[in-house]
Write a protein that binds this ligand. Sequence first.
Ligand code: PHB
Ligand code: FE
Length: 328
Amino acid sequence: MDMIAANIIATGTDPDTGYDSFRLGSFHFHRDEYFAHIAWPQGTHIIEIDRFLRAMVRDIGWGFFYGWIFFDDVFGTTNHYGTVDIFAGTYDAGYKAQGTDHLETFSAEVVREAFETISRNWISEGYDPLNSPLETGSPIGPKGKERAGELTRGFIAAERMLGLPGDADVRTEAAFPINRAFADLEFDGPVIECEPGFEGQLHAIDLFDHIARSDVTWNPSITAVTRGNICCVTSEEHMLPVIHGNDRNEWFIQLTDEIQWKIADKVSGLPLGKITMRAGDICAMPADIRHQGFAPKRAMLMVMENGTPGLELRYASGELKPYPVEFG
Ligand code: PHB
Ligand code: FE
């Protein structure tokens, strides 16, 4: 589909709630006290406002991530690295069968600006969609004073590795106290013993200490990069507020506690299985599924992504199998 050049337009203010409505291409966005309402030429959809905002600020902060970000089973975005599709029902077997699905393609910059405009207008002080539900206020109700500061706060990206001179810092006690969920852990820190002549070339951090100080959830930060290999860590509590459909393999290493993952077919949404990951478990999420994680208690997760440019095209064409290993 051709790219749509339109920008986001505010279409009016709800006199009862104070929130603005918006139009982007032929998608309309409206919120009331409880819900986000999305409309397109062939259909309409309702998403609970907390879920909608938690998904939207992550989608912005992750630069639309790898492949598909579903806000729920119906609505979401697909990243084509320069352009972004906004879709409704396109990857839902029922909407597809009824012909009520819709997809429009915009420049990534237009979608970023649109989602930021909507989020700023719809988020009031006292609510941070990146926090766990137990650690923030509620987004329901009429518009209050708009939340100030960075929407995507908390996303730390290392160029090579956290804590190297000139690179992003590891979290410190002053700014980020240990989260309540990890109060029982001991943080010894690594001892760096370097052979003479190699001073300054060996680096190590206490990654558990860094993750335990994260004040956000389901928001992976890049801790180390080696060519295309991107190592991200994150603390997880409650549910991943998006369903991720990857355009490549990604690896999960469960560092503490437990996360349960619901796995479904990426294109149709039909359920495929459930994975329970406990501390020490490793799994690969294939390139042809969608997945959503549930963490009953705050857990530490390491996510390994392959950032090799153009990889998505090699999976999409079938040149690469959707899974990384064949057994037997
Ligand atoms: C994922 O979709 O792979 C994902 C997203 C956010 C996280 C963890 C995993 O915090
Ligand atoms: Fe994923």
